[in-house]
Design a protein around this ligand. Structure first.
Ligand code: DC
Length: 224
């Protein structure tokens, strides 16, 4: 029987983290934490309330007072709220995606959200946590660390498909440009950059199905 286990899943934008992490959490009966959704929720609220998104102080205060929930619906669907408002769909809008990296690079915002993320471990002993810095900064002692990667062209195609399902028609080259821009900001920032932990298992998802990747991670969890 598993008593307590944290599975950290990191990787660049559209590498398949969310789909894989949700499925692994569901199959193992673990709590799923999407830390990207937390940065997105803070960004959404700042844009909606016209908070100056270059002001670290203002955004840190907003993040500190925000109550963010990530709760399971049915299947592998999750709802995200910030201060009681359901933002599940709104946080995926292109305008939030375009602004989130500049919010996520602010050390005050990161310190605040990382603390909230670490606090979840006191409530949920078994979690699948996905993000950019989970294996390196949030849970450096995670039992299993996975770094998912895929070629940029494939990631852009996947993200374009998701956006199309939501009614946004964007050229694949423009999706790829946005993804690469976000990766650059995420991996070059001073605090908690996107990085592979030295002890992470690297899984390239370019030519793998979701099912194969999920199976690989569940295999590692069972072995551990
Ligand atoms: O995984 P995502 O695309 O929803 O993440 C949104 C943004 O949040 C992404 O640009 C990087 C940032 N992020 C982060 O800085 N640290 C995390 N742990 C998770 C996401």
């Amino acid at each position: 029987m598993i008593l307590s286990m944290i599975i950290a899943i990191d990787g660049p934008a559209a590498s398949g983290k969310s789909t894989v992490a949700r499925e692994v959490a569901k199959r193992l009966g673990f709590k799923y934490i999407d830390t990207g959704a937390m940065y997105r929720a803070v960004t959404w609220k700042a844009l909606r309330d016209k908070v100056d998104i270059s002001s670290e102080d203002a955004l840190t205060v907003l993040a500190r007072h925000a109550e963010i929930t990530i709760s399971e619906l049915e299947d592998t669907r999750y709802a995200v709220t910030i201060d009681g408002e359901d933002v599940t769909e709104a946080i995926r809008e292109p305008k939030v995606s375009a602004a989130v990296s500049s919010v996520a690079k602010l050390p005050g915002v990161r310190a605040t959200l990382v603390k909230k993320q670490q606090g979840y471990a006191d409530i949920y002993p078994n979690m699948v946590v996905e993000g950019r810095d989970i294996g390196t900064a949030v849970f450096p002692d995670a039992d299993i660390k996975i770094y998912l990667q895929a070629l940029p062209g494939e990631r852009a195609k996947r993200r374009q498909r998701e956006l199309k399902e939501k009614g946004h028609r964007i050229e694949v080259v423009s999706v790829e440009r946005d993804i690469l821009k976000r990766d650059k900001t995420d991996s070059t920032r001073a605090t908690g950059p996107l990085a592979k932990a030295a002890d992470a298992y690297v899984v390239d998802t370019t030519e793998k199905t979701i099912g194969q990747v999920v199976q690989e991670i569940i295999g590692l969890a069972k072995k551990s």
